[in-house]
Design a protein around this ligand. Structure first.
Ligand SMILES: Nc1ncnc2c1ncn2[C@@H]1O[C@H](COP(=O)(O)OP(=O)(O)O)[C@@H](O)[C@H]1O
Ligand SMILES: [Mg+2]
Length: 328
């Protein structure tokens, strides 16, 4: 095993709002090794995007990192302060693709100019060399008619093509890690599949590590090596994808799998998990899933720490029990 590229260690992020302090991340620890694809899954509001934003140094007022640190290749990147050389890491070694390409592309600049800007900044190429590289990268993400495409504006691209452009910008400087935050959520199903396939191809060709953030467990199965399941600002289960799909240990993971079409063939009806996650203004110190958990009891009011279990780790004192009865 090589040392991980990215290590997130006990990260706490808070947002100070008018109605109180939102505890968005409550002790998140994660690592990503070279060339691996890690899925981060969980319901909306569980802290997936905030985790990615913290890695990219994008937590800003009213948000703050109140504890923990993020290391890149063993060196501090983000903690109470930001490493002096962090700007050489972001955009060059770690890049991010956002959910909505329309808000992250500049509508007033041609696609070619935007890709060239990134390449000139990080690789120090001149305009002509940067344009040539931009063309190569667009071709690599499956865009044809390159010369014409380079001179077009974002609105001249379809949603799927815009997301390809975002991915092209993300890989233009050959990063070691690409973080994709719900990269296909705004796209229709066929295009979604194509974009995920593209990411998987790039991962293989470039030896790229990918963090794929999604609320849809269905997209995880085909292309990810490991998965981290988030709930209410914490990781409740993590491990190899195959092992977790085969034998989810946390009742929440079990519930997610049984509510995802096509994943759970032993359960003939898809059932959403009743209830909602707790508010993060005043989250419980014990298991945050307790109010929705079919097998939780008084003992679960104590803090549940992630501990090794089977091939992964789980934060549940009843790990491995069948919470929903109909899971084999
Ligand atoms: N700028 C902000 N101000 C206040 N709360 C925020 C802010 N950004 C995120 N949060 C809160 O942090 C929590 C995690 O959000 P997020 O990481 O975006 O969830 P998701 O898993 O859907 O990506 C949510 O409770 C959200 O309301
Ligand atoms: Mg999000």
């Amino acid at each position: 095993m090589t040392a991980p590229l990215l290590e997130i260690d006990d990260l706490h992020v808070k947002f100070d709002t008018r109605i109180g302090t939102v505890q968005a991340l409550r002790g998140v620890s994660l690592s990503v090794s070279a060339g691996e694809t890690l899925a981060v899954v969980g319901e909306s509001g569980s802290g997936k995007s905030v985790t990615a934003q913290a890695v990219m140094g994008l937590i800003d007022v009213p948000g703050r990192i109140s504890d923990g640190e993020i290391r890149w290749k063993g060196r501090l990147l983000v903690g109470q302060s930001i490493a002096r050389d962090a700007r050489h890491v972001w955009g060059k070694e770690i890049t991010m693709v956002f959910q909505n390409p329309m808000t992250s592309l500049n509508p007033l600049m041609t696609v070619g100019a935007q890709i060239c800007e990134v390449i000139e900044l990080h690789l120090g190429l001149d305009r002509a060399a940067a344009r040539e590289r931009a063309g190569d990268i667009l071709a690599a993400v499956g865009i044809s008619g390159i010369e014409r495409r380079l001179d077009q504006y974002p609105h001249e691209f379809s949603g799927g093509m815009r997301q390809r452009v975002m991915i092209a910008m993300g890989i233009a400087c050959e990063p070691k890690l690409l973080i994709a935050d719900e990269p296909t959520t705004a796209l229709d199903v066929t295009i979604q599949a194509q974009i995920l396939e593209l990411l998987a191809e790039l991962q293989e060709q470039m030896g790229l590590a990918i963090v794929l953030i999604t609320h849809d467990l269905g997209v995880v199965a085909g292309m990810c090596h490991r998965v981290a399941v988030m709930y209410a600002g914490q990781i409740v289960e993590t491990g190899p994808v195959d092992a977790i799909f085969e034998k989810p240990a946390h009742p929440y993971t079990q519930g997610l799998i049984r509510s995802t079409p096509g994943l759970d063939d032993e359960c003939d009806r898809l059932t959403a998990i009743d209830g909602t996650p707790p508010g993060l203004l005043d989250p419980p110190s014990g298991c945050a899933f307790l109010p929705r958990c079919p097998i939780g009891d008084e003992g679960c009011r104590a803090p549940q720490i992630l501990r090794p279990f089977d091939a992964g780790s789980v934060a549940c004192r009843k790990a491995g029990q069948h919470a929903w009865g109909d899971i084999a």
